[in-house]
Design a protein around this ligand. Structure first.
Ligand code: MD3
Ligand code: FE
Length: 193
């Protein structure tokens, strides 16, 4: 796991996130068991991650609109590829960016990202807006997770043995970010297919 503090420019990314959300709005997805996820989500790229009563998967179109997901902005792709290369993954070519939006009180329980075809590709995660505490566990869920405080602009690369670590996000505290206001955003770049 490689942490690049302040690697992303929040001001540059804000209008790109707005443009994506205009085509594919943030929405609260449901789990297979009927629960509502705490973070609102949308996607950009050739495919997007979704969850519904049938489970988790990647789809080429947005089920809310029936349209293809918005294209991944060049600046998103460049940020993900360049940071992955700096971390030792020069061939990373993400085909999807999942955008998570957390209001205060929202978090994400310990899980691992296992819906992708090839775990040789790393995952690049960009934190924006309100600070958060990221929890990085082990390869087994029972292992104690370590807290990693993250600020707007921080970028993490999870590759190699770190790719399948359990991870989560503590509930976000209320606050006001100068660029993003009362939210935390996370961009998660993955090679899904
Ligand atoms: C893969 N999101 O969407 S960033 C997720 O901050 C997710 O919104 C969190 O976990 C968020 O699935 C974390 C993505 C991430 C973080 C850590 C990982 C992916 C990871 C550690 C190992 C493998
Ligand atoms: Fe995850």
């Amino acid at each position: 796991m490689v942490l690049c503090r302040g690697r992303a420019g929040p001001q540059t990314l804000l209008p790109l996130i707005r443009d994506i959300a205009q085509v594919a709005p943030f929405r609260f997805m449901t789990t297979r068991r009927g629960g509502r996820m705490a973070a609102a989500m949308t996607s950009a790229g050739a495919c997007g991650w979704i969850s519904d009563h049938r489970g988790y998967r990647y789809e080429s179109t947005d089920p809310e609109t029936g349209k293809p997901w918005p294209a991944m902005p060049d600046a998103f792709r460049a940020l993900a590829r360049d940071t992955a290369a700096e971390a030792g993954f020069p061939d990373f070519d993400p085909d999807t960016c999942l955008l998570n939006r957390y209001a205060p009180g929202a978090g994400m329980g310990l899980h691992r990202d296992g819906d992708e075809r090839d775990f040789a590709a790393p995952i690049v995660s960009v934190s924006l807006g309100l600070p958060a505490v990221f929890l990085v566990g082990g390869l087994e869920k029972a292992e104690r997770a370590r807290p990693v405080p993250l600020q707007s602009g921080d970028v993490l690369v999870f590759g190699g043995p770190a790719r399948l670590l359990f991870h989560g996000v503590r509930p976000v505290k209320p606050g006001a970010d100068p660029v993003f206001g009362p939210f935390r955003y996370n961009l998660t770049f993955r090679r899904a297919r």
